[in-house]
Design a protein around this ligand. Structure first.
Ligand code: ADP
Ligand code: MG
Length: 339
């Protein structure tokens, strides 16, 4: 009998992990923007070319990395954000898996430039398909720039599977909106093929929503504010007449992280019961702040799903507070719809 099991080489393991973390250019956008936020940047620039198929670059003015850290950042399970399993339940960062950069570098050409405030010069690293191609000393502003070129260059099947530029750009803008809405106190700028698409100045939540979705949005926002022992809710719902046929502007953030939850979405729809015309969906921009000990976000690599200890209580509080806010704004059920 012969032994047949082998440990996969790192670059193969990274490429497999990349399949989960990076589905499309928008996944790279999300991971890089989140890293910039974790680095405490106050200004974050996103540069995209050809819907991210040629280039996704994020430039931040955050902490930067030391020479050693810049090398380590591309290793799998290498992170500065947690040290033990217990830390998973007191997370104050977006990242913690130490997987994104290793995954991205396995399937793209990556150019990193980074400098910490107290260093005179920075580091430039070029990594292609998990291979460090060069490492040099460079003059670069404080912070980090990561350029991801030719995504899926070594996985043609994956590259061919990408959708039209229009569809991929939509996905990128969706991610950009989610991150920008979660962090109104950070300036975000986005360029596509050299032209500026968004320039969102540092502001408050209402202003950020208006800057993204247009001045008309302002008068349509109904504030929601609630604080109980289990959750703090803040944000806005759209007045019923702002409801849309398509599920467009529906944003839930839990501890500043965009989350998809059909269950909590239902809590909102049911608070709108009797207020909406048939087959329209309410808009909402809601932030839930909970004790990190009461949630588990480590259930999916992209972290857009979450497990709450007590989902039922959250549902009830959310529904009641939205109902209350709608009531305060004298939005009574409309019985006679003008169809
Ligand atoms: P994670 O975010 O889960 O820690 P990543 O692979 O995304 O894993 O990043 C690995 C590490 O590289 C981070 O923990 C952080 O220390 C460092 N890093 C990545 N991006 C930046 C950045 N923009 N600024 C400073 N440090 C960064
Ligand atoms: Mg990360």
């Amino acid at each position: 009998m012969s032994d047949i099991i082998q440990l996969l080489p790192d670059h193969v393991a990274n490429q497999i992990a990349a399949g989960e973390v990076v589905q499309r250019p928008a996944s790279v956008v999300k991971e890089l923007l989140e890293n910039a936020i974790d680095a405490k940047a106050t200004t974050i620039k996103l540069l995209v070319k050809d819907a991210g198929k040629t280039l996704v670059q994020v430039i931040d003015n955050g902490s930067g990395m030391s020479v050693t850290d810049s090398r380590l950042s591309f290793e799998r399970h290498a992170t500065s954000k947690i040290r033990s399993a217990e830390d998973l339940f007191q997370l104050h960062t977006k990242g913690f898996r130490g997987e994104a950069l290793a995954s991205i570098a396995a399937i793209a050409h990556v150019e990193l430039k980074t400098r910490q405030a107290h260093d005179e010069v920075g580091t430039q690293l070029i990594v292609e398909g998990s291979e460090v191609v060069s490492q040099e000393v460079v003059v670069t502003p404080k912070g980090t720039s990561i350029a991801v070129k030719n995504l899926f260059f070594n996985i043609p099947a994956r590259r061919n599977f990408l959708k039209s530029n229009q569809v991929e750009t939509r996905h990128i803008i969706d991610e950009f909106h989610r991150v920008a809405l979660a962090h109104p106190n950070i300036q975000f700028v986005m360029y596509h093929n050299g032209s500026e698409v968004f320039n969102l100045p540092e502001s408050n939540y209402r202003q950020r929503i208006v800057n993204i979705f247009g001045a008309k949005t302002n008068e349509k926002l109904v504030p929601v504010n609630e604080e109980t022992e289990v959750v703090k809710i803040s944000g806005f719902v759209g007045k019923p007449e702002y409801a849309k046929k398509t599920r467009g502007e529906q944003f839930f953030f839990v501890n500043d992280r965009f989350i998809k939850s059909a269950y909590l979405n239902h809590a909102i729809s049911s608070a709108f019961e009797g207020l909406l015309k048939d087959s329209t969906h309410p808009s909402y921009f809601l932030n839930l702040t909970v004790d990190p000990q009461t949630i588990d976000i480590n259930i999916h690599p992209t972290k857009t799903e979450i497990k709450f200890d007590d989902e039922h209580t959250l549902y009830a509080i959310l529904r009641a507070s939205v109902k209350h806010s709608l009531g305060q704004f004298n939005i009574a059920p409309v019985l006679d719809f003008d169809r």
